[in-house]
Design a protein around this ligand. Sequence first.
Ligand SMILES: NC(=O)c1ccc[n+]([C@@H]2O[C@H](COP(=O)([O-])OP(=O)(O)OC[C@H]3O[C@@H](n4cnc5c(N)ncnc54)[C@H](O)[C@@H]3O)[C@@H](O)[C@H]2O)c1
Length: 391
Amino acid sequence: MFNEERHFEQPIRWAMVGGGRGSQIGYSHRNAATRDGLFKLVAGAFDLDPQRCRDFGENLGVDGNRCYASYKEMFEQEAQREDGIQAVSIATPNSTHYEICKAALEANLHVVCEKPITFTTEEAEELKLIAAERNRVIGVMYGYTGFPMVQQAREMVKRGDLGEIRVVNMQFAHGFHNEEYEKNDPGLKWRVSPEVSGPTYVLGDIGTHAFYLSEVMTGLEIDRLACMRQSFIESRAPLEDNAHIMMQFKGGAVGTLWASAVNAGSMHQQKIRIVGSKASIEWWDEYPNQLRYEVQGEAPRVLERGMGYLYQDAEGVASNRVGGGHAEGYFESWANLYHRFAMAFDAANRDDQAALADIWFPGIDAGIEGVRLCEKCVESADQGAAWVEYK
Ligand SMILES: NC(=O)c1ccc[n+]([C@@H]2O[C@H](COP(=O)([O-])OP(=O)(O)OC[C@H]3O[C@@H](n4cnc5c(N)ncnc54)[C@H](O)[C@@H]3O)[C@@H](O)[C@H]2O)c1
């Protein structure tokens, strides 16, 4: 059970870069980080506009003197204080992640960063190195992986309940951008601008979520892939609003991933189906408390969160906040991850490397693989959907 019981004396002094008033994802970070009392928001460079940053920060209860005009100023000023920040979350558009992450690590802060963490794998590898040198932790906000039923799926694959894994079907295909809404939506405009979004749109924005879910559930590594991508709204080119990937995994399994923002009529349609030689499982983020379990020749079953028949002793399966039958959701999943980030930051502060290694959370390696997926997809698509080696 995850709850607000204290794990250490004082909450981690925490700040945000980005996530200002009206941003899409800022509230999710604040809600998740503060849910269990493990983080306290004490400073921020929430917004590109300094006045709006201050107004918003004060409204959230942050001291106006600790609402900064830029992340650089924040890291400098906070380092001078005895009660300065210990960790920061970065929820700005993609093009800024690398430089802000790097500056945060160099200021000896633990980091939670949004995905895609950088534009290139080299940049992400560099962040990994800096973090290791300074004994700092980077969490990457693949927010769907905090769901207990995702962890149950992982455990079922690990224990061989499905037999040998043959096929992994992944998709995150919503319909919200089936027209050129970016004309009036700044949050979409930067997503379809290469200089801010990076080398991809839907692949990095949502495809990496489904991909990381499948990585967590199966542990499979891609051997090679082929990708085709399109811009159905032509003005979005070269960035894609629809993409299909075919994958061959090491060991013989195969997979597909469909990422789309033009799946008209669809909400999320983020689904992971894992097909083994004996049975299949399927998880859907719109019904996150359930996991379909289909054994060949038997009636299909729907496993429910919080029930005794799950692998309760496996990492994350019992991270319930309320008993089964109640609907836990997106915010609980995020809070579960922030709970783990806090434990990881604390373990690193105590230099307890064994404890740190024992805490499961999406870290820098998850970030690196998300960036690599985008890079390899572009490489393949640019050659007419040619097969390319993954590493
Ligand atoms: N993990 C998820 O499920 C998820 C969901 C949505 C967005 N995201 C990611 O979160 C990030 C932010 O996305 P969003 O949709 O909230 O963007 P947004 O455009 O809605 O908000 C961005 C915020 O960052 C601020 N900002 C921009 N540059 C800044 C800077 N240099 N310093 C300080 N503040 C700055 C803006 O003023 C704004 O408040 C993106 O990387 C996106 O991919 C992740």
